[in-house]
Design a protein around this ligand. Sequence first.
Ligand code: HPA
Ligand code: ZN
Length: 326
Amino acid sequence: MSLTPLLNSLPKAELHLHIEGTLSPALMWELADKHQVRLPYNSEAEIAAAYQFDNLQSFLDLYYQGADVLRDEDDFYRLMWEYLRACHEQNIVHTEVMFDPQTHTERGIGFDIFMPGFLRAAQEARQEWGISCYLICSFLRHLSEQAAFETLEAAAPWYPDITAFGLDSSELGHPPEKFARVFKRVKELGFAIVAHAGEEGPPEYIWQAVELLNVDRIDHGVRCQEDPRLLALIRERQLPLTVCPLSNLKLCVIDDLAKHNILSLLDEGLLVTVNSDDPTYFGGFLNDNFSALEHALGMNEQQLQQLIVNSFKASFLPEADKQYWT
Ligand code: HPA
Ligand code: ZN
């Protein structure tokens, strides 16, 4: 029997989602027209057809190019509003959304443009649908430590609206240790910490994220299984992994979803969650990721329920809210 009715009926949380990765071809097309931005495509269909990737970098090149159509406060509002509407449609009641300030500040678009847009959409979604939305400010790891410190400083007026800081973009060649001092400061400021590690990078990068950045969660982390000592540590500490199956498939981290190790990690007792990462680029929102696990891996009802319970357990919600939802 299909798990779809149960999947749709259960309230869920999403913990690994890049807001810039929710830009639909339709909205990109519309905003390019609005701002007279020249796109290397002749139609919305051509945009969608271009989304074939060989690795993380080939995706990031298109993702940063696409973000160039986001120019004014209303664009960022629309982006967030459309994602939160998709949350409502999938019964996602809580989401922790990453944004990449440097993708915008490098183009002269500051926190005073994108933050009001994000926050207005989040506030409306809370009023309209009761959805809670936390924000995770992520540093681009291909840029310098100095640039990350400047971003942390530029974010200061918005600290009350930010729950955590994160680390994303090109992983290989940019190990977590490059940002150890930045995250030491982030910790002193009292924020939660997440970092992408072990997506394309080796287990050593996950060790660094845990030991040098003091992460509260690991984004992806699927390569931890290559190192039994690391796996044991992650299990013992119940450090959450925010896994993104369709992303791993699209970015060729795996060549077949049937080979994904998410259920094996779950069965080993790790606190794993399912997430969509960049849904409009990778061909599926959160519920599509769950459905893909049902079809490719034979995920059963008990595993589905555990993954959903984990999504709240691994969140940054207050304990009382976690208990309410689990
Ligand atoms: N990995 C690293 N950086 C990213 C990703 C990802 O999957 N998506 C958006 N930025
Ligand atoms: Zn990601």
